[in-house]
Design a protein around this ligand. Sequence first.
Ligand SMILES: Cc1ncc(COP(=O)(O)O)c(C=O)c1O
Length: 410
Amino acid sequence: MNQSVDTFPITEVRDQFPALKRTYNGKVVTYFDGPGGTQVVKSSIDSITSYMMNGGANLHGAFPTSRETEDIIGEAKRAVADFLGVKENEVAFGANMTSLALSIARALGKNWGSGDEIVVTEIDHRANVDPWITMAEDRGIVVKWIPVNTKTLTLNLSNLNEIINENTRLVAVGLASNAVGTINDIQQISKRAKEVGALIAVDAVHATPHLTIDRDALDIDILLCSAYKFFGPHVGIAAIKEKLFESIEPFKLKPAPTYIPDKLETGTQNHEGIAGIKPAIEFIASLGVGTSRSDQLRSGMARIEEYETFLVMKLREGLSLHEKVTLYQASALVPKTPTVAFTVKGYTPLEVCQILSDNYGIFVADGHFYATTLAEKLGIIECGSWVRAGIAPYNTEEEVEGLIKAIQTL
Ligand SMILES: Cc1ncc(COP(=O)(O)O)c(C=O)c1O
């Protein structure tokens, strides 16, 4: 174990996640289902409770609870701005990433029609595919796909210049695959999109708990994520570049605000959920050093990455020694999140997860995880697709060893 992994404050981290105390069938639960949603940090839970205990309110009132609600939302947006490297007024909240993507796609589509093209990918979660292609169907827009190479589990970018061309209006791509963990080469895709004047919409839902995200360094126009994947509550987040945001007209009620970012936030927001966002981001910052929250976030995330990489290497290695296990992962040269998709010969993914849960208290998920194009191309969708184990900063080396041992008994 290297020194920084050795000094990772795992006991202090674990103490901050009440759900880790849960038992099931007499065993303390091990959570490897982070890619489906991490456990929630106590400070976030406390903030949600406190909002509801102290008196919530709707916005724009002349009384304290209303003003406090506005402050909480403002603070949450400032925290997200630091987290994603964006401006506070570019951040909008919504029910989840999917709803925000559907709304943004509809708004953008108003300006596009026949002769225009959009580009989606075969590796993505369908939440960054279907909002765009349903809009394209309605508007008579051509849809092009960046193919996935089923051998390397990476996007095949060899024809990028043909796929993204002068007719392309938007490219939708995930920062990392929520199924197999591959981190996509956003820089290359975004460079090509910019060459032809196309927008780029990046789904960072899976990446946010694992990677530092700098929206401007990647030249992303629309960035989407969800707080329940990074230790917070179920709230969707969209960050849209200011000028673009000003120019779009989301579907909204007539009296609702016309200014950014509120114009994307239909109806009354999930105030208590939003109250839980800043503490979740500050949990990551608390692991880092620096004078500003942005610096703390960067170094905190680097520390998480190092720790998770240590654990996931152990997991990948342990599983690869089992003859019945097939791992679905890109080569060691390809950067990946600590997300491991696999199958076990003789068992459906559902059976594996049931055994792990019932006999060992190990919670892992099975299925296609909405990465259905990839699962279909791999020909595994009818057999239940994958078992997916994801590492979070509250997981331990012992838990990884426990998972490997449990799989060895199959
Ligand atoms: C990569 C990815 N994109 C999008 C989504 C959908 O996010 P939401 O549940 O916030 O709509 C998920 C959810 O699992 C995901 O993993």
